[in-house]
Design a protein around this ligand. Structure first.
Ligand SMILES: [Fe+2]
Length: 536
C-alpha cells in the first residue's frame, strides 16, 4: 500500500506539472482570447468584409442566387466565435482578387498558398489540404502528369497548375473557371481537365456524369487558407487565426470539414511538445495502470495462495484422517487374525514394528514405510481361510495341513485383490514367505514359490525377517521365547538362503531398537514417533 501511495503522489504531481506546462499546448483554445488591441480593432471596424469565389464549389459558390459552400459556412462560424459581423460577398475569381487589392474587402475566404501569392497576401493558418485531380473519360488510361504528353489539357488560367503544365510542355488550355473546363471536356475540345480534386468531384457528381473518372494528381498537394491584404492591419490575421483555432478546439471546424469533404487536416502549427506531453502522460498512466494491475494480481495471488494453503490443509487433514483410519483398520484386521490364530498374541503388531524399524534404517520414504507397516500388520490375513484346527494344532502338521497352512499368502492376496491402492500391501502379503534362494525343499520352504532374490519386493523381504524375528522371540505353547541375540544369530545363519543379506545386515544395525521393542511392546512414544514419520 505504501508503494501505491508514493506512486499515486508522484503521478498526481506529474499530472499537475503536465497541466501547467502542457495545457496551452495540448488545449490551445485556452490561448485564443483576443487581446484588448484586437478587441478594439474589431469594435472600430464594426463589420469585416469577406470575399469569396462564386463558382468554386464545394468551397465557395452561388447557386440559384444563394451563397453556399464550405467557406460560406466557415464565415458564419467565425462570426459566431469572434462575436463580430462579417459581410460575405462572392463573385468571379479575378474580381474577388481585384476587390481585395482595391481595399474593397478585408480577406478572401480561401486560396491555395503559393510562394508568389505570399508576396501579395498575408495568409492565415492553413485549414485545408488541397490537391488537384485529372478528370478523364472512364475508359482512359491517363493517370498522372507523365501521361499527358500530346493531350489537350484544360486548367484554370489563373492557377499554379496551369503554369506548371505549360512549363512541362503540356498542351494546356486556360479556362476562366471550373465550369468552363468541364464544358471543354464534355464537348471533346480537350482530352483532360485538371482541377482541384474536390471541385472536380463536385462537378462530376453534380452533373451526374458517370462517364468521367477523377484521379488524384500526385505531387500537387498544397495548403489552403484565408488571404488578407498586405495593406490590412496585422491584427486581422491574428484575429482570424484565433477564430479558426477556437473552431478547431471546439470541434466545429472538423464537423464543417466532415460535412463538405470528410476527414480534415489539423489547423495550426504542430508543437513538438504535444507528442512529448501526450507520451509522458500516456507512459505515466500506463505505469500507474501496470502498477495497479500488479497490485491487483499480487492480491489475487495472495488470496488464491491462501485459499490453496487452506485447501491443502484440509486435504492434508483428510489424508491424515484417512491414513489413521487405514492404519487402525489394518491393526483391527491383524488382531482378527490373532484371535483366530490362537498362539500368536500381538504378533502382527510386533512384526509391523520390527519391519518399520528395519525399513526406516534402510531409508524407505514416508509412503513406503506406511505400506510396509500396513502390509506387516496384514501379512497373515489369509489365515482366515485356513481351517481353525490347522491353525490351533500344537503338534507337527501333516503334509496336507502344511499345504493348507501354506495357502495363506495367496488367500490373503485374493482378499485384497479388489482393494484399490493396496498393490504394495498385497505384495507383502503374497511374498512374505518367499526365500531369497527360492528353495522350496527346505524345512522352511519358499511359498508360494513364485519369486526369489531381489525380484521379491523389498517390503516382503523385510517382513520375512521381521516375522521370523518375532516368532523366535515370542513364547509358543511348545517352546519358550529365545533371546534377541539368539534370534539375530539364527537369522544370520539364514542370510543369503532364506533371507536377503542386506535386510539381515540392517537388522544387526538396529539391534538396540529391536531390544527396546521387545522390552516395551506397548511403548506409546514409539508409536507416536512412528506414525509421525509416516505422515500421520
Ligand atoms: Fe505368514
Amino acid at each position: 500500500m505504501r508503494l501505491i501511495k508514493i506512486y499515486m503522489t508522484l503521478y498526481v504531481l506529474l499530472l499537475l506539472l503536465l497541466a501547467a506546462v502542457g495545457a496551452p499546448v495540448l488545449f490551445p483554445s485556452l490561448e485564443y482570447t483576443l487581446t484588448r488591441e484586437e478587441e478594439a480593432f474589431l469594435v472600430e471596424r464594426g463589420t469585416l468584409r469577406a470575399l469569396g469565389d462564386d463558382n468554386f464549389p464545394p468551397f465557395s459558390y452561388v447557386r440559384e442566387g444563394r451563397s453556399a459552400g464550405f467557406e460560406r459556412d466557415l464565415v458564419l462560424e467565425l462570426e459566431r466565435v469572434l462575436g463580430v459581423e462579417i459581410a460575405h460577398t462572392q463573385g468571379p475569381w479575378t474580381e474577388v482578387r481585384a476587390k481585395l487589392a482595391r481595399g474593397e474587402g478585408d480577406f478572401i475566404t480561401g486560396m491555395r498558398i503559393l510562394p508568389e501569392r505570399e508576396e501579395l497576401y498575408n495568409f492565415t493558418l492553413p485549414y485545408h489540404e488541397t490537391f488537384h485531380a485529372l478528370v478523364v473519360p472512364r475508359e482512359s488510361e491517363v493517370r498522372g502528369m507523365q501521361d499527358l504528353g500530346g493531350l489537350r489539357v484544360a486548367a484554370q488560367k489563373s492557377s499554379a497548375t496551369y503554369e506548371a503544365l505549360r512549363e512541362q510542355g503540356v498542351w494546356a488550355v486556360g479556362v476562366p473557371n471550373p465550369e468552363a473546363g468541364l464544358q471543354l471536356l464534355t464537348q471533346g475540345q480537350v482530352d483532360v481537365w485538371v482541377e482541384q480534386y474536390w471541385v472536380a468531384r463536385f462537378f462530376v457528381g453534380f452533373r451526374g456524369m458517370d462517364r468521367w473518372a477523377v484521379h488524384p494528381l500526385e505531387g500537387t498537394v498544397g495548403e489552403y487558407a484565408m488571404a488578407v491584404s498586405l495593406h490590412s492591419d496585422e491584427k486581422l490575421v491574428s484575429i482570424l487565426n484565433k477564430g479558426m483555432l477556437r473552431l478547431e478546439a471546439s470541434g466545429a471546424l472538423a464537423d464543417l470539414h466532415a460535412r463538405w469533404f470528410g476527414p480534415m487536416m489539423e489547423v495550426g502549427p504542430e508543437s513538438p511538445l504535444v507528442p512529448i506531453l501526450a507520451g509522458a502522460t500516456g507512459l505515466a498512466t500506463l505505469g500507474l495502470g501496470l502498477l495497479m494491475l500488479g497490485v491487483y494480481l499480487d492480491r489475487q495471488v495472495t488470496r488464491k495462495t491462501a485459499e490453496l494453503v487452506q485447501a491443502n490443509k484440509l486435504l492434508s487433514y483428510e489424508q491424515h484422517k484417512l491414513g489413521k483410519m487405514l492404519l487402525n483398520a489394518a491393526r483391527a484386521l491383524g488382531v482378527t487374525i490373532e484371535i483366530k490364530d490362537f498362539n500368536t498374541g500381538n504378533h502382527s503388531q510386533r512384526v509391523a514394528r520390527v519391519a518399520y524399524i528395519i525399513g526406516k534404517k534402510m531409508g524407505l520414504g514416508e509412503k513406503e514405510l506406511f505400506a510396509l507397516h500396513i502390509g506387516a500388520l496384514m501379512h497373515d490375513i489369509g489365515k482366515v481361510g485356513v481351517p481353525d484346527d490347522v491353525l490351533a494344532k500344537a503338534d507337527v502338521l501333516s503334509a496336507e495341513e502344511y499345504r493348507q497352512m501354506r495357502l495363506h499368502p495367496e488367500i490373503g492376496d485374493n482378499i485384497l485383490r479388489n482393494v484399490e491402492g493396496y498393490d504394495q500391501v498385497r505384495e507383502i502379503v503374497l511374498y512374505h514367505h518367499e526365500r531369497w534362494d527360492g528353495d522350496r525343499n527346505q524345512r522352511y520352504p519358499a511359498y508360494p514359490g513364485l519369486l526369489c532374490g531381489a525380484s521379491i519386493p523389498l517390503g516382503a523381504r523385510i517382513v520375512a525377517v521381521a516375522d521370523t524375528f518375532d516368532a523366535i522371540t515370542s513364547d509358543r505353547p511348545y517352546r519358550a521365547a529365545s533371546s534377541l541375540s539368539d534370534a539375530l544369530a539364527i537369522i544370520q545363519s539364514c542370510s543369503g538362503t532364506q533371507f536377503d543379506p542386506a535386510v539381515v545386515e540392517v537388522a544387526f544395525l538396529v539391534e538396540d531398537e529391536l531390544r527396546q521393542a521387545l522390552a516395551s511392546p506397548d511403548d506409546t512414544d514409539y508409536h507416536l514417533a512412528m506414525e509421525k514419520s509416516m505422515g500421520l
